[in-house]
Design a protein around this ligand. Sequence first.
Ligand code: AMP
Length: 216
Amino acid sequence: MNIILFGPPGAGKGTQAAKIVKNFDLYKVSTGSLLREEIENKTDLGNKIKSMMDQGSLIPDNIINDLIIKVLSNKKSYNRLIFDGYPRNLEQAKYLDSQIKKYKQKISCVLSLNVDKESVIKRILGRQTCANCGLIFNKYYHPASNKNHSCDLKFLSKRSDDNKITIMNRFETYLNKTLPIIDFYKEQNLLHQINGMVKIDRIFDEICGIIASLET
Ligand code: AMP
């Protein structure tokens, strides 16, 4: 079972992906996190892509395809992947299709989290990620506390591309390049539309229902 989590930046894909991974024993593939690791480690690739990411532009497909091949060819996570933030355009979706077939795997469903632009902006401006455990919080809607987080608060940080100007670019890129993928998956009967504006746990319950229906 491989799952694609689809939606605009700030839709809650990372938050839901973490819960799905824990509950269903899957491996998360976040192309954004893989790219941020390259930047943090100051690799040649990281230095090349930093300004593109800071502007909110998509990273060229050949770079992303190389990351995906590494993941799909890894036997440990065979057919147990959850994609967060990938594919981001029709070319990537078609490439994923071809490689999934090549590695004898399959996409079981595409979960589309629907959130309006205004909420996306508020969510992104409040987003905080723990550099220690990777959990995602929001200082307005879902603040870190003793109950939901055990690391020191000093580990909470804001992503460098989570600022107002970059958000606008990222949202425009989503509308122009990413949203058209929806039809591609609708035609394959893989698409599930989910209201991403309700409480985190309610969204997760709906996702669990969908995944359970796939397994039977
Ligand atoms: P995310 O963490 O998914 O919000 O992605 C952060 C940034 O990483 C995006 O704004 C893009 O610059 C880049 N990125 C992440 N995933 C992709 C992808 N599949 N294709 C191209 N660029 C990507």
